[in-house]
Design a protein around this ligand. Structure first.
Ligand SMILES: *Cc1c(COP(=O)(O)O)cnc(C)c1O
Length: 330
């Protein structure tokens, strides 16, 4: 299977906002969008997206994971970007119809269908720099994905960046291309200079998250992660892991903490990144001011990290009871 994000199914769903109203959702063959070069999104980044997965369980049935949360988050992002906000029901219909239209293309476990709802400002007007787009396109494309760790789990190396910001204090909770663009230079430099996999953004020495995933530590039986204050993305994987961990006896500490604290905890801790694509990616080492620190003293994949990962994937794939009703059958 091609790398994550490069294979697509044959269908997409689309809805348009024009003349103050949304069209119905239409399923159509996957095809390029026809955009005028003056389209709002191409100049003023009026775009937001979501990422979620559907799984084909062993009995053949298809299940989505917590998609209501993705819909709420997409609508919040749309509001922040002054885009027309699609109703909950419209986004739900766009997701469900897109998945239903490609049921035969959903891989078996450990593969899944990655779903990418996207909303863009489609007004044809480069003069609208100072206001939201009055037209929009909502579309949902889907991508068959294999086992994220088919090559084995390799602990990641993170560069601690205590200078740059990934976003702004309030815009960090918006799932928008602009935040990715803002973090690219730092990530590219971290790769070139330190062979780092990702950057952990810690403006003014305050730990936040990486460019595309939340950052979580486990110290003894305590889960430590930055609180949701608008500066970081409220990850659905993060939320699920915190709930699972609490129910299996972990203390949960959502708080503000510094790079100094992080480094002092590191020898006796585990650390990982959380997000839909990989679910959990263990962190093995962290670089700060040119010095590499090994997580847990040895840089190995954390045992508790992998236990939490298994507990969550077991729910997503129907291998254990879903006490929170997080999965919904298509
Ligand atoms: C999407 C995203 C996450 C993870 O969110 P999930 O809902 O867990 O997939 C974390 N951080 C950023 C910046 C993101 O864009």
């Amino acid at each position: 299977m091609p790398e994550f994000g490069q294979a697509f199914t044959t269908k997409m769903s689309v809805a348009h906002f024009k003349d103050e109203q949304w069209s119905e959702v239409q399923v159509q063959p996957l095809a390029p969008l026809n955009l005028h070069p003056a389209t709002h999104v191409l100049h003023y980044s009026s775009t937001c997206f979501e990422g979620l997965k559907a799984y084909r369980w062993e009995d053949g049935s298809i299940h989505l994971f917590r998609y209501a949360e993705n819909i709420k988050r997409l609508r919040n992002s749309a509001r922040s970007l002054c885009l027309p906000v699609p109703s909950y029901e419209l986004v739900e219909c766009a997701i469900i119809d897109a998945v239903k239209s490609v049921v035969d293309e959903i891989p078996n476990l450990p593969g899944a269908l990655y779903i990418r709802p996207t909303l863009i400002g489609s007004e044809l007007n480069i003069g609208a720099a100072g206001r939201g787009s009055t037209e929009a396109i909502l579309y949902v494309i889907t991508s068959p994905v294999g086992d994220y760790f088919s090559g084995g789990i390799r602990p990641l190396k993170l560069l601690i960046d205590d200078e740059n910001m990934r976003s702004t204090p309030k815009f960090g909770q918006v799932k928008t291309g602009g935040n990715y663009a803002a973090s690219l230079e730092s990530v590219t430099q971290a790769r070139a200079e330190f062979n780092a996999d990702q950057v952990l953004f810690c403006p003014d020495g305050q730990v936040q998250e990486t460019g595309a995933a939340n950052f979580i530590m486990i110290k003894n039986k305590t889960i430590i992660t930055k609180s949701l204050d608008g500066s970081i993305l409220p990850g659905i994987t993060r939320d699920s892991l915190l709930k699972l961990a609490a129910s299996s006896g972990y203390e949960i500490e959502e708080l503000n903490y510094t790079v100094t604290e992080l480094l002092s905890w590191l020898p006796e801790s585990e650390a990982f990144m959380s997000g839909t694509a990989a679910v959990v990616s263990p962190v093995g080492s962290m670089i700060h001011e040119g010095i590499e620190y090994l997580v847990g003293g040895n840089g190995d994949v954390g045992e508790q990290t992998m236990q939490l990962r298994s507990a969550l994937t077991a729910i997503q794939t129907g291998k254990t009871t879903d006490q929170w009703a997080w999965t919904s059958r298509l």
